[in-house]
Design a protein around this ligand. Structure first.
Ligand code: ZN
Ligand code: ZN
Length: 395
């Protein structure tokens, strides 16, 4: 099989150094306003994604304790060098304590105790990111002098709106995925396995400067494309088949998410020779549905309205029950985050949010099609960040 990475640009095309720094102190200031609103003396942030957002620390263990006047990142000795360096890069006023486990427990007790000097304190926990065992142990240790208060989605709500430096990272992640797809399309003519295609996309994204794929790359060929989240197998991709490729890159924590349904072995610019019959129709419907969904995205629109725009097109083609998943989701430090674009979403879109629009049609035993872009919501519409061409059957 022809080498893929050889045609790609050199390593490190998009590394952290070439991106503007994310200024994180405003995130802490905004979170403190939320603490005041909730009458919290202390907030213990245990979601590692939220910790990364707030102070820049990207390690695998740590928590952030925030009070009105103090912010402490508590981690362990493995991160004694990395944590202060990452925190300094984000510019947030955060003290770093890299300690052994017993000392972490003692420090946490001290911080909670200090917050309680003016009486019984209210300590907020992230209800969705604390284990039952941890909550029990903290309730036992601190229960005499504080009240534990569950909070839900406080930092996640802040994360929905991306500033320019965050958008630069998502943009870079989208561009790396575009470049990887363009470097890997030619190999589809050579009967690669789905797994080989996925590996080529992943390694090309990394060689271009991505820190990792944003999620497990999906390559679904022929009848396998009837499964929206098919995991790549040893099945050989046959020339002329529809192949669904769903993948993204991660740059300094931020993700992109894109799906293209392509015809294996079709030369660039060549549009004939694609699918026929119900598969061709499924692809045409998906493309028209996504056009309608993208046209519906703008500030002030409710999530379900984008969903309805996509679903109306699929429904008019009599394929409503073949569109078996939500229309889209927010993208940022996590590949799936708020806001949601499903029928039951309560979210209202506003400028600075990054979302996907990704209708699909799945025909069991036959195949399927999906197309997905990552876009930035603007006041009057959206800016599409994933720019890879879409295969459209010849009319
Ligand atoms: Zn996707
Ligand atoms: Zn997606």
């Amino acid at each position: 099989m022809r080498g893929v990475a050889a045609s790609a640009p050199p390593f490190g095309a998009a590394n952290r150094a070439s991106l503007p720094p994310v200024d994180r102190q405003p995130f802490l200031d905004r979170l403190r306003e939320q603490m005041v609103r909730r009458r919290l003396d202390l907030l213990v942030v245990t979601s590692l994604v939220n910790v990364r957002y707030l102070c820049g620390f990207s390690g695998s263990a740590g928590l952030l304790v925030l009070s009105e006047s103090d912010a402490v990142l508590v981690t362990d000795g493995r991160y004694g060098l990395q944590a202060p360096a990452e925190v300094a890069m984000g510019g947030a006023r955060v003290r770093v304590e890299a300690l052994a486990a017993p000392d972490q427990v003692r420090l946490l007790g001290e911080l909670v105790g200090a917050a309680a000097t003016a009486g019984r304190s209210r300590v907020g926990l992230e209800a969705e990111h604390v284990s039952w065992a941890t909550q029990r142990s903290w309730a036992t240790a601190w229960g005499r002098y504080c009240t534990l208060v569950g909070t839900v989605g406080v930092v996640e709500a802040m994360r929905q709106h991306k500033g320019p430096a965050e958008l630069a990272r998502v943009r870079s992640a989208a561009s790396l995925a575009d470049q990887a797809l363009s470097a890997c399309l030619a190999m589809l003519a050579e009967r690669p396995s789905e797994a080989e295609v996925a590996l080529a996309l992943d390694s090309t994204m990394r060689s271009l400067g991505a820190e990792a794929p944003a999620f497990s790359t999906i390559v679904a060929s022929g009848p396998n494309a009837a499964e929206p989240h098919h995991q790549p197998t040893r099945r050989a991709v046959e020339r002329g088949e529809l192949v669904v490729l769903d993948f993204g890159a991660r740059v300094d924590g931020y993700c992109s998410d894109m799906t293209r349904t392509v015809v294996a072995g079709l030369e660039e610019g060549e549009r004939a020779g694609g699918p026929t019959g119900e598969l061709r129709r499924a692809l045409e419907v998906v493309l028209a549905s996504q056009d309608a969904g993208l046209a519906a995205v703008r500030g002030g629109v409710r999530g379900p309205e984008v969903d309805r725009a996509c679903r109306e097109v699929v429904g008019a083609a009599g394929l409503a029950e073949r569109f078996v998943h939500g229309t889209g989701h927010g993208v940022g430090l996590e590949v799936h985050e708020a806001p949601a674009l499903g029928a039951s979403s309560q979210d209202i879109l506003s400028p600075g949010q990054v979302v996907t629009v990704e209708p699909g049609v799945y025909l069991p035993g036959v195949g399927g099609a999906r197309t997905e872009d990552t876009v930035v919501v603007t006041e009057h519409g959206c800016e599409v960040l994933t720019l890879s061409p879409k295969y459209r059957p010849v009319p």
